[in-house]
Design a protein around this ligand. Structure first.
Ligand code: FES
Ligand SMILES: [Fe+2]
Length: 454
């Protein structure tokens, strides 16, 4: 039976017709040995007792399960020139990328009025990013925050810059006596009131020794800060997402993008029915940032994506709206192989909860849109599934990530918050714009496009 393409070990195994359990194990270990990397081939697997071999195989199996189920953590920066490389566009240097962004604003007659930061709850960190008694610096919404967690787990957010000589307390600061201690001269600030509680080298604490505090809430494994350009108190709350907070769905991974975009343009995606068949369907959530992806004929021969999207206001709560989406991926344009139903709960201008049922499994997502600088947006998505789901996690995460990359290509290079040249068939987009406008107020910062925006 020795064949042309069989190695001596393989043909030896095949030709051995007198197979006993012991003989098979011995042959198997020799076969495994032949497939091991060169450096491991000097390790004689047959010298191991059988129980050790079984233990080894078991450990390998456990590792495989871990590998297939481990939460993915993907971060991609698509700002400035990094975007050109990612989308394989002609390279330009970073200053040219900035010029392009400024010229995008100049082309927009309303650019000077463009409100940059909506009012609402915005993610500044995820819970895992801030350990006990740790401090982080976060720049977002045109503000600079020092975020710290006390030993009892409570999170506080204060202005990053120390009122003494201006050190950034989010960088090098520490948590001492339940306060945030500045790294420069050791002044300690209370996260609740912002007042200085201790100056290590002075008996009297001056009036000015006070730092601005920001309202924050930690829910759904996310730390949110309340931002309002006119200083108004929170007008709504972020509620616990029952499925992920009661443990019926567990964390399966996340992705995060930095991009040149306005939060409203990104959020609008969920009300824009027609873009799905145009930009997503030809790529089938498979090719992502690959601009040539839609030209691959085999994708269109074998699959077809049909969808139905609805967007509506919440009947009771003005800060809330709902998006529904049904997608069918079909084989030969006839047989539905995957059906997906998504319900999006849009909560304020920067946070969405997704509930998805598919024929492959169910998922829950939290999505956050945080403007970190003028026209720079951080998009973070966390995926949750039933505890013992394997394989479907990475597939679902990559599918959604690819879909976003197809959109980011448009947002990164298009006109920002374009005028509403909307036709009747664009459906919910105009409604969405009206709904979103409630999140701007009199003092919402805008950009003067004659100035430098960096
Ligand atoms: S700058 Fe913060 S204590 Fe001096
Ligand atoms: Fe999209």
């Amino acid at each position: 039976m020795e064949g042309k393409y069989l190695s001596p070990v393989q043909s030896d195994i095949i030709s051995n017709v007198h197979v006993t359990a012991e003989g098979l194990l011995s042959k198997l270990t020799v076969a495994i040995d032949s497939w091991l990397p060169f450096s491991l081939q000097y390790f004689d697997v047959t010298s191991l007792p059988h129980t050790s071999l079984v233990a080894l195989l078991f450990l390998g199996f456990v590792y495989l399960i871990y590998y297939l189920t481990r939460p993915l953590n993907i971060f991609i920066d698509l700002t400035g020139e990094k975007s050109d490389k990612f989308f394989k566009l002609p390279a330009k240097n970073d200053s040219m990328a900035k010029d392009l962004l400024v010229s995008r604003l100049r082309r927009d007659p309303d650019a000077k009025k463009l409100p940059l930061y909506p009012n609402g709850w915005f993610r500044i960190l995820e819970s895992w990013e801030l350990g006990l008694e740790k401090v982080k610096y976060v720049a977002a919404l045109g503000e600079n925050f020092a975020v710290f967690r006390k030993s009892d787990g409570k999170v506080h957010v204060v202005d990053a810059y120390c009122p003494h000589l201006g050190a950034n307390m989010g960088i090098g600061g520490s948590v001492k006596n339940g306060c945030l201690e500045c790294p420069f001269h050791g002044w300690q600030f209370d996260g609740e009131t912002g007042k200085c509680r201790n100056i290590p080298y002075a008996k009297k604490i001056p009036e000015f020794a006070k730092v601005r505090t920001w309202k924050s809430v930690e829910v759904n494994h996310i730390i949110f800060v309340w931002y309002h350009a006119d200083g108004e108190e929170p007008s709504y709350e972020i509620q616990p997402f029952a499925d992920i907070m009661d443990g019926s769905y567990t964390y399966k991974g996340r992705f995060e993008y930095l991009m040149d975009a306005h939060a409203e343009d990104v959020f609008q995606n969920f009300a824009d029915n027609e873009h799905i068949n145009c930009i997503h369907a030809p790529r089938m959530f498979m090719t992502g940032a690959d601009l040539e992806g839609s030209k691959r004929k085999w994708l269109s021969y074998f699959t077809n994506l049909t969808q139905l999207t609805q967007w509506e206001l919440d009947a009771d709560l003005p800060h809330k709206s709902w998006g529904r989406n049904e997608v069918h991926i079909k084989l030969f344009n006839r047989i539905t192989i995957i059906k997906s139903n998504v319900l999006a709960r849009n909560i304020g201008p920067g946070y969405i909860e997704l509930t998805q049922s598919t024929s492959l499994g169910n998922t829950r997502y939290t999505m956050c849109f945080t403007p970190v600088a003028p026209l720079t947006l951080r998009l973070t998505t966390r995926l949750y599934m039933r505890p013992f789901t394997i394989l479907f996690g990475p597939i679902a995460l990559h599918g959604l990530k690819n879909a976003f990359e197809e959109d980011i290509m448009v947002w990164n290079y298009g006109k920002v918050r374009a005028q509403q040249n909307i036709i009747k068939e664009d459906g919910s987009v105009a409604h969405f714009r009206r709904w979103y406008s409630q999140f701007y107020s009199k003092s919402s910062p805008s950009i003067n496009c004659q100035d430098t925006i960096y």
